[in-house]
Design a protein around this ligand. Structure first.
Ligand code: PMP
Length: 435
């Protein structure tokens, strides 16, 4: 196997750094294993091509949005057609009606829809709705769950070690960056995820001040962890019992687990939910959906670009493509093929690998093989150094996994041949890691 040279990326990075903060468009693009990120020229289907002409089978997929792969023809056509008519009007359109109607049809909790432009914004809006509707201000969020970069969202999303997190039932609230107001976490109650008794105790004691429980229904962003059987149903029951709204943050799970999101996949209906990323195949777009009386409680959905025609066109074409028969079966088949192949490699190299998939999200950890229940379990057991070595090695042979700790995305454009090539590269890299 030939190792890629990425000198062009290095040069471009050196030329960019004098002008652009860290030389990247988003700090998530800073590589955790080399001193420059690989720079791309274009993508097509499941592949990305870098400035040195190397081809990568890509499982990063723009951090999730490219569920249809790069340049999906139906989305490109719809966007090009809209561009001819104008990119932005600040006025309703026929397509805005069609998209809203379609979202209400396919998402179980959706009785009414509102739009924003990113995952950060949709969660901010959902929290404001929940507070306005209930007249209460506290929000329960869970350790290790990321909901965006606003002051209040970026709390207790990560830790370098378990000790940093403090007492399990009464964890420290950790602000993530300098510059976040010290009061950012004042109205947050942080709890361990997947622990129904801990949630019920909190709701029983403080339900009168809690507006909502905010959670990813399948914990994806930091250290993907699956919900324990019955957990989501239990959360739904206790939130109802104590008069607290349930918000599912489906920014990652939306459209990936099923057309109707994780709520359709798991059969648990929240009061509000948030969608972004895959909803519009790479165009900045987001939606908050939910119960009519909560959505219509009088909070303006402000924003210059909300419901913009390009995002709307992309979202409609995305949903239409995902509605074709066989799409989710194809994704499931690829995920199974990848999981089966990696299991064989784990046996071959006697390595504990944690391998699971949920819809088109594939989870790959080094260091343990059994299910973990919460962020702390994961943090104590995950071998992040080996994972990083593995990802760095695969990139050199043309397979791009995320350095975001084991959460890989599949797209409709991936093929069985892509998976075979990926497994051959993984075999090579695991072999090299033995030496
Ligand atoms: N919620 C979740 C669950 C996310 O994973 C993310 C981003 N990774 C966000 C919200 C924020 O989305 P964005 O980066 O589009 O602001």
């Amino acid at each position: 196997m030939r190792r890629y040279q990425t000198e062009g990326s290095r040069r471009l990075h050196q030329q960019t750094v004098p002008y652009l903060l860290d030389g990247v468009g988003s700090s998530f693009h800073v590589s955790s294993y080399r001193d420059y990120p690989v720079a791309m020229t274009h993508g097509k289907g499941s592949k990305l091509y870098d400035v040195d002409g190397n081809e990568y089978i890509d499982y990063v997929l723009g951090f999730g949005p490219m569920l249809l792969g790069y340049c999906p023809p139906a989305v490109d056509r719809a966007v090009a057609e809209q561009l001819r008519r104008g990119s932005h009007f600040s006025a309703p359109t026929e397509d805005l009606k069609r998209l809203s109607q379609r979202l209400v049809e396919i998402i179980p909790s959706a009785e009414l829809v509102a739009y924003q432009n990113s995952g950060t914004e949709v969660v901010m809006y959902a929290l404001r709705l929940a507070r306005a509707y209930t007249g209460k201000y506290k929000i329960v969020k869970f350790e290790g769950q990321y909901h965006g970069w606003s002051d209040e969202e970026k709390v207790s999303i990560d830790a370098s070690c378990v000790e940093e997190l403090g007492d399990r039932e009464n964890p420290r609230k950790i602000l993530h960056t300098k510059g976040q107001r010290l009061s950012s976490a004042e109205d947050l109650i942080v709890l361990p995820w997947n622990d129904l008794p801990a949630l019920e105790r909190t709701l029983a004691a403080r339900g009168g001040e809690i507006a909502a429980v905010l959670m990813e229904p399948c914990m994806c962003d930091s250290g993907p962890i699956l919900p324990k059987p019955g957990y989501l149903e239990g959360v739904r029951e206790v939130t109802r019992k104590y008069g607290v709204l349930l918000i599912f943050d489906e920014v990652i799970t939306g459209f990936r687990l099923a057309l109707g999101g994780a709520q359709a996949y798991y059969g648990v209906t929240p009061d509000l939910s948030t969608f972004a990323k895959a909803i519009a195949s790479g165009y900045p777009f987001g939606a908050v959906v939910g119960r009519r009386e909560v959505m219509a409680c009088g909070v303006p959905a402000s924003g210059t670009f909300n419901g913009n025609p390009i995002g709307v066109a992309a979202a409609l074409a995305t949903i239409e493509t995902l509605s074709q028969p066989g799409v989710y079966a194809h994704l499931e088949g690829l995920a199974q093929q990848l999981e089966t192949g990696f299991r064989a490699l784990a046996r071959k190299y006697h390595r504990p690998l944690y391998l699971r998939h949920v819809g088109s999200i594939f989870i790959l950890y080094f260091g343990f093989a059994e299910d973990v229940e919460d962020f702390r379990d994961w943090l104590t057991q995950a071998d992040l150094a080996s994972y990083t070595r593995f990802v760095a090695g695969c990139e050199e042979y043309g397979v791009r996994f995320t350095d975001r700790r084991g959460r890989e995305y599949l797209s409709v454009a991936h093929t069985q041949e892509d998976i075979r090539r990926t497994l051959a590269v993984a075999d090579q890299v695991l072999g090299e890691m033995e030496r």
